[in-house]
Design a protein around this ligand. Structure first.
Ligand SMILES: [Fe+2]
Length: 525
């Protein structure tokens, strides 16, 4: 924390203010001493406390994180739970009937963490399905299904996963999820905008409870409202997830300590960030390594699938410098070329490069939020680029691409969310030079539902798709992307749902693209 003080001063925070703030933060108990008083071993509940379902995530060869949260009345403050710690027992079985229980234990669900439970199970066998459930008092949770990762030295025949992002409760339903549930997946990857922070609005398909969220309880209530969506909850029950966030888990287009709105003090913004990050941790199946420390939370991490794939889960929000040139869409000029600007932050960037250098994987996946390819949305004469995406951080972007090229990182594939559209992009070492080598591939997933039914002709993007040579494909439907990786190829099916304003949409596969091992760039199948 102290290391952050000079940086805080840059943003106009006085040391005295900051220390007062730190004192408030330090009142939050740290993980080991959360349980100081009595743990209620045999609680009783007025209603079933497992309304928010179960989830699992961050798989490793020997284990996985199991998640639940006790909330008999999930839309009331504190989920309808008393302010006391309650004992939750858990079981992992090799079979769905729980005749062969392989691991079990007990853990307290504490009010300071909203009675959420994160169990890091180990001692499991690699690359196999398991079933799990929780008990508290007389109540039992739904049975979840999860899968461990393959052993690190094994080259599995295949890995199947789906990725999505940008689910806005008010805009409509999450119609991709029921179809995702039917797929034979090892994993689901979420690239952020899991919730939206905005106030409830009339005349939309569904309505957020309350105003724009700010306090810890408001963030918790928003997550509870989303997780009560049965399609989302069921998809958590069926597969382990790898999650990262984008901006809306906290605040639209934020950059580190800087709000997109003028006049928000960094101190108030940090306090809000602390609430947002804690609620995110509480609701996601994350390991203890991601436990929030005040307004900071280390979410970047890697997940290996034997020698077939390594996922680097990135966080392009928490450590970035402010969007250059006042954000929005601008020509590439001025602060875009600031050598001190960064989108990953120094520490995460070093970690990413070390991870890529050490990787034994055939496919090196960068799962992150904002587009890497420099998409010109303007005209050739008057360029317009998103200052919120990697092109706004030109030095960071070039450094990453040069690293992938010079270090010969095998088969880099960037997964991107954020913009509610599909793009398939070649990643060139130097986009200004048509003869420049390809260093990787970018697959941009559309939104689960934000933006409404979609599929309409958007002239700005039609033109961008034509005039940016690296674009292989563009699409404006809603949905998700389903990927199958083998040692020789990566196949991506771009699944779309024609409508989201009511439930029950059919599924279409708009396009399929294949990347051959050793040859960057996707080709339409
Ligand atoms: Fe979004």
């Amino acid at each position: 924390m102290v290391r952050g003080v000079p940086q805080l001063r840059r943003y106009g925070i006085e040391r005295r203010e900051f220390l007062r703030y730190l004192a408030a933060v330090s009142a939050i108990p740290s993980l080991p001493n959360l349980v100081t008083g009595q743990v209620v071993e045999r609680p009783t509940f007025a209603a079933n406390p497992f309304t928010l379902g179960v989830a699992s995530g961050d798989p490793e060869p020997n284990g996985v994180v199991l998640w639940t949260r006790l909330a008999p009345r999930p839309l009331e403050p504190f989920g309808g739970m008393p302010a006391e710690a309650v004992l939750v027992r858990w079981e992992v079985a090799a079979d769905e009937a729980f005749t062969d229980i392989v691991r079990s234990g007990a853990t307290p669900a504490v009010p300071q963490l909203g009675h959420s439970v994160h169990v890091e199970v180990d001692g499991l066998e690699p690359h196999r399905w398991y079933f799990y459930r929780f008990h508290t008092g007389p109540e039992t949770s739904p049975v979840g299904r999860t899968r461990t990762a393959p052993a690190v030295d094994v080259l599995p025949e295949r890995l199947r996963f789906a990725f999505t992002s940008c689910q806005h409760y008010e805009v409509g339903y999450f119609n991709g999820y029921p179809h995702m549930q039917q797929e034979d997946l090892d994993l689901v990857v979420h690239l952020g905008d899991y919730i939206y922070e905005y106030a409830g609005n009339e005349n939309r398909v569904r309505k957020h409870l309350g105003g724009e969220i700010n306090s810890l309880n408001e963030y918790r209530l928003r997550y509870a409202q989303y997780r009560l969506d049965e399609d989302l909850q069921e998809t958590h029950r069926l597969f382990p997830w790898l999650v990262t966030w984008d901006d809306h888990e906290f605040d639209n287009n934020y950059a580190n300590l800087v709000s997109e709105e003028d006049g928000v003090s960094p101190e108030a913004f940090l306090a809000r960030r602390m609430n947002a990050y804690q609620a995110y941790y509480e609701f996601m199946p994350l390991r203890r390594r991601s436990f929030p420390q005040g307004p900071n939370m280390t979410l970047y991490r890697s997940c290996r699938f034997g020698r077939l794939a390594e996922f680097s889960m990135l966080d392009t929000r928490q450590y970035r410098t402010d969007q250059p040139n006042g954000d929005h869409q601008k020509p590439l000029e001025g602060k875009v070329f600031d050598p001190r600007a960064t989108i990953l932050g120094e520490q995460q960037e070093y970690w990413l490069m070390a991870t890529l250098l050490q990787s034994q994987a055939t496919w090196n996946v960068l799962a992150q939020q904002v587009m890497v390819a420099p998409l010109n949305r303007g005209t050739p004469e008057e360029g317009r680029y998103s200052m919120d995406q990697w092109p706004g951080y030109d030095v960071s972007r070039r450094r990453l691409l040069r690293f992938l090229h010079e270090r010969r990182v095998p088969n880099p594939v960037v997964l991107t969310g954020d913009i509610h559209l599909n793009w398939v992009n070649d990643l060139q070492l130097d986009f200004a030079d048509a003869a420049s080598p390809l260093v990787g591939t970018e697959l941009v997933g559309t939104s689960m539902n934000n933006g409404g039914n979609g599929g309409n002709h958007i002239e700005e993007y039609e033109r961008a798709a034509r005039q940016n040579d690296f674009v292989k494909w563009y699409n404006s439907n809603r949905g998700y992307v389903s990927c199958e990786l083998t040692p020789t190829s990566w196949t991506s099916h771009f699944r779309t749902t024609p409508f989201v304003d009511r439930r029950g949409s059919p599924l279409e596969t708009k396009a399929t693209f294949v990347i051959e091992q050793g040859r960057p760039g996707a080709e339409r199948a």
